[in-house]
Write a protein of this length. Structure first.
Length: 286
């Protein structure tokens, strides 16, 4: 964007399926990042870190259209991409699948695949009585910690850095009543922790935490102060249906507690929160 503006451009147009709106707050124009009309292709999540300055100079010409309408226009203009299949990969690495790309860039390192039984005592813990609200928020947002001796070694892998939470394919471990899913990875000790079945309790938790320096408000006029709360809808990955949640701003950071447990909350990924169809803020999951 900086380069385009330095060359004299007034705006930068992108092909994202999202929209821009405007509202007035205290006499000042405030720009809104709105979800695309095609809910199946909404890409507002990818732009969750935009600033007001960037949003003011951005246009989303296909945001009001359905993908079928965009393809029709492309066909009428005889564009070669009119019938191109949707890509699920990363655009900047070309046609290479992500696992192969990582294997090209990161050295393999053999480690253990450990299966954690769903009956582990840590999953059965009752919700305690809390003296402070923040203690409750920490409880729901705390990730499970694992040690190799808690489970059994069921296979080998070539690098914990190749795997992500919730992953099923690529483990190459058979003979279990239900498929194995990755419930956690330890890249320091090079251990991949797994559990049987998509309903394994290690996959789910109710909340997450965003550190103070990782909180980003597109709508700074809506920014929460310490001890304030806000009911929103949020998502932790692209194309995930929006989930009911409550933001809890504390002096130590932002907690997000969902109405229902969420699968595979992953540190380092973005959580984005919405009011209606407007994305108002986001943060990096700690």
């Amino acid at each position: 964007m900086k380069i385009a503006l330095s060359l004299g451009a007034d705006f930068v147009a992108t092909g994202h399926y999202c929209r821009k709106g405007e509202t007035t707050v205290d006499g000042e124009t405030v720009y809104q990042l709105l979800s695309g009309k095609d809910q199946n292709k909404d890409q507002s999540y990818f732009l969750c870190q935009l600033s007001q300055e960037q949003l003011s100079k951005t246009l989303f010409p296909i945001g009001e259209l359905q993908q079928s309408e965009v393809r029709k226009i492309a066909a009428e203009q005889q564009l070669v991409t009119a019938e191109k299949k949707d890509s699920q990969g990363l655009c900047f690495i070309g046609k290479v699948r992500l696992p192969e790309f990582l294997q090209q860039k990161l050295q393999p390192k053999e480690g253990s695949i450990v299966e954690i039984d769903a009956s582990e005592e840590k999953y059965q813990a009752e919700i305690p009585e809390f003296q402070k609200k923040e203690e409750e928020l920490e409880f729901f947002s705390r990730k499970y910690a694992y040690e190799p001796e808690e489970g059994k070694v069921v296979g080998k892998h070539q690098g914990a850095h190749y795997f992500t939470k919730g992953q099923r394919k690529g483990l190459a471990v058979g003979g279990t009543p239900e498929p194995l899913f990755v419930i956690d990875t330890d890249v320091v000790e090079n251990v991949v922790y797994t559990g049987q079945g998509k309903n394994h309790p290690g996959i789910y938790r109710r909340g997450l935490f965003v550190a103070p320096d990782e909180i980003h408000w597109i709508r700074k006029d809506m920014q929460l102060e310490a001890d304030e709360e806000m009911k929103v809808r949020a998502r932790i990955r692209y194309r995930q249906p929006l989930q009911g949640a409550t933001l809890h701003q504390t002096g130590n950071g932002l907690y997000i507690v969902f109405e229902a447990p969420q699968a595979s909350i992953t540190e380092g990924q973005f959580v984005a929160w919405y009011l209606g169809d407007e994305l108002i803020g986001s943060g990096v999951i700690s």
